[in-house]
Structure formats: structure tokens, C-alpha cells
Write a protein that binds this ligand. Structure first.
Ligand SMILES: Nc1ncnc2c1ncn2[C@@H]1O[C@H](COP(=O)(O)OP(=O)(O)OP(=O)(O)O)[C@@H](O)[C@H]1O
Ligand SMILES: [Mg+2]
Length: 330
């Protein structure tokens, strides 16, 4: 098998709680021992509720947050933020689109200048006619009329701004695009257009996607594989079809049960095990499963022993002591 584009191994991130001035603040374990892998041109979804560590994962991969343990490998190279030239090269190949379409663009720059600036920063291309030609192609590739290049962000709609942000991110032909809730702030109809645009970029240009979202319907449409995070840990990882057809972890089941099924014949019966409410990290058992306080199936072992992520058939892996019994019950 070819070398993965992105590999994350045993990644842990702890915010705060260390150093003299922070000693009285409780630290937050945003990620604990996370492993992910993404092959060239593939699309991996990362889902989970607010605060589970999705953006932290993106920030570590981008080299913006230092892990407290574990490593990120980009095309086989262990990311080292002190290796400036190699980091610059990685940034050309690894781009990001964030949630806020207006906030991600400089309000003082026209849409065209924004894309041209990215081209200069990433490839050092500043020669007028070449920049102009590349900007035209970038606008075309995201379905934007080039006439909008002279507009400022406040003169564009949210969807148009997000297209400009995607044009900026893809103008230098990255290998991977990290989308952190990139469609969440948009109207539903505009969301669908941007999702189709991303699917098209992947198909036409072979750009891989690390698609972070709490919207499972969108993830289902766009991703080959899905990782489910719960309080900083991977609780389930599975190929898309396996995850949506036979979710193994009680938390994944609860997430899927919350997604409206457009076809009533296929509508999943609301499971009796849907957890409610949020859990303060302090309520999480230190030795057991982080989901135990919300899990209706928790038994003694769940409170005292951390389940490991184990193979569960169909290419899936699950971290639950009881996944076999629960699968047999349904
Ligand atoms: N800079 C920071 N300092 C301290 N704690 C942080 C910081 N950034 C994030 N956290 C905490 O780390 C945990 C994970 O946050 P993160 O932003 O990665 O979650 P998320 O899954 O992206 O959430 P959302 O869906 O709301 O965007 C949360 O408990 C959050 O409060
Ligand atoms: Mg986030």
C-alpha cells in the first residue's frame, strides 16, 4: 500500500494547567491517544459534539498547537515546526478552510487580491499576467464569476465568501484540504452547493479532505471513512457505509439517531439508548470509559477499565466493552 498522506499517532493535547501562572487552572485533555490515517485523494470525516477536540486535531495537524504526546506525519515526515523550509513546503500542500466565511478573509482586500496573495505566499508567484491567469482559473474552479474579483468581502454573500476562501486554499494545488465546519455557518441550500463544490474539487483535482463537522448528513455525502470522537478519544472509526448501516458504539448510534432520515421507510427507530445532556470532564471516570456517565448500557467494567479501540469487522474499529452484545441485540 502507498504511504499515507497524513498519519496521526497517539496524539494527545493538554491545554493549560502547567506553568507557574496557570497552576491553579485545571488542565483540559482535549485529545487523548488519537490515531488517524488518510491516504492521498481520500476523504475522512471527523465527527462528534462540541468540545470533543475536532478543531484541536486540525490545529495540531496544521502545526498551530503542539501535542503533549504523539506525532503527526505528513507524507512520511514527522512534522517538526522548527524545520522551517519543510514546514513551508507542507503548508503549500496542506490548506484549511474555516467556518466563518467573512472572518477568514481580510476585509481590506478584494476577493481577487486575496487569492493572489495566497498564490504569492505559497508559490512566490507575483508576476502580474501569471497571477491574473491563475486567479481566473481559481475563480472558475470554485464556480465564481470572475467579475466578483474586484469586490470586498462585505460586498459578497456568505456562500460567495466561502468560495473565495476555498479558491485561496486551492490556488496552489494542495494535496489535502482541512475543512473545519466549513459549511456550518451557511444556509442549507448554500451548504449543499459548497459540499458539491468540495466533492467536485476532490474528483477533478484529487484533493484529499479532512472534513470536520457535526453534520452527519454532510459527512455521509462527502467522506469515505469516518472517525467519531468523544471527549478527545476515538470511540469508533469505520468506512462510511459500515458506520451508517451498523454503528457499533452507543455514542455513534445516538449521533445517528439524531440525523433526520428523508425516507420514512428507512427511518431508524429511535433507540432507547439515546444519551442526553452534557457531562463535565470532571465526571468522567479516570480509569474507565469516558462515555460511561451517559451510556445506558454501562456496566461495572465500563467505569473501571478503559476500552481499547479494537477491530470490529467491515473495516471498522470500536472502543466499547459491550459492542458485540449490543450489535447482537439489534
Ligand atoms: N486554547 C485553548 N485553551 C484551553 N482550552 C481549550 C483551548 N481550545 C480548546 N480548548 C478546550 O479543548 C476542548 C476541545 O476543544 P475544540 O475546540 O477542539 O472542540 P471542537 O470539537 O472543535 O468543538 P466545536 O464543535 O464547538 O468547534 C474543549 O474542552 C475546549 O474548551
Ligand atoms: Mg471546532
Amino acid at each position: 500500500m502507498s504511504e499515507p498522506l497524513l498519519e496521526v499517532r497517539g496524539l494527545s493535547v493538554e491545554y493549560g494547567g502547567s506553568g507557574l501562572l496557570q497552576s491553579r487552572r485545571e488542565s483540559v485533555h482535549a485529545l487523548c491517544g488519537v490515531d488517524i490515517e488518510l491516504a492521498e485523494g481520500c476523504s475522512l470525516g471527523v465527527v462528534g459534539e462540541s468540545g470533543c477536540g475536532k478543531s484541536t486535531l486540525a490545529r495540531v495537524v496544521l502545526g498551530l498547537v503542539a501535542p503533549s504526546a504523539g506525532a503527526v506525519r505528513w507524507r512520511g515526515w514527522t512534522v517538526d515546526t522548527s524545520a522551517r523550509e519543510r514546514m513551508r513546503q507542507m503548508r503549500r500542500e496542506l490548506q484549511v478552510v474555516f467556518q466563518d466565511p467573512f472572518g477568514s478573509l481580510d476585509p481590506r482586500m478584494t476577493a481577487g487580491a486575496s487569492v493572489a496573495e495566497a498564490l504569492d505566499a505559497l508559490e512566490g508567484v507575483s508576476d502580474g499576467p501569471t497571477v491574473q491567469a491563475r486567479v481566473v482559473v481559481a475563480f472558475e474552479s470554485v464556480g465564481l464569476d470572475h467579475g466578483l474579483a474586484s469586490r470586498y468581502p462585505h460586498e459578497l454573500s456568505g456562500g460567495q465568501c466561502q468560495r473565495v476562501a476555498i479558491a485561496r486554499a486551492t490556488v496552489a494545488h494542495p494535496k489535502l484540504l482541512i475543512c473545519d465546519e466549513a459549511v456550518s455557518a451557511l444556509d442549507v441550500s448554500v451548504q449543499a452547493q459548497i459540499v458539491n463544490l468540495l466533492a467536485g474539487l476532490r474528483q477533478r483535482q484529487g484533493i484529499g479532505l479532512l472534513f470536520i463537522s457535526h453534520n452527519l448528513a454532510v459527512v455521509r455525502h462527502l467522506c469515505d471513512e469516518v472517525v467519531v470522537l468523544y471527549l478527545g478519544r476515538v470511540v469508533e472509526r469505520a468506512p462510511r457505509d459500515a458506520l451508517f448501516a451498523t454503528p457499533r458504539h452507543p455514542y455513534t448510534r445516538a449521533l445517528l439517531a439524531a440525523v433526520p432520515e428523508p425516507d420514512p421507510r428507512l427511518a431508524r427507530r429511535s433507540p432507547p439508548d439515546e444519551p442526553t445532556g452534557e457531562v463535565a470532564p470532571s465526571a468522567v471516570p479516570s480509569a474507565g470509559c469516558a462515555f460511561a456517565p451517559r451510556c445506558p448500557h454501562a456496566v461495572d467494567a465500563c467505569w473501571h477499565r478503559q476500552p481499547s479501540l479494537e477491530p470490529a469487522g467491515d473495516g471498522a474499529a470500536v472502543s466499547c466493552h459491550r459492542w458485540r452484545e449490543l450489535s447482537a441485540d439489534t
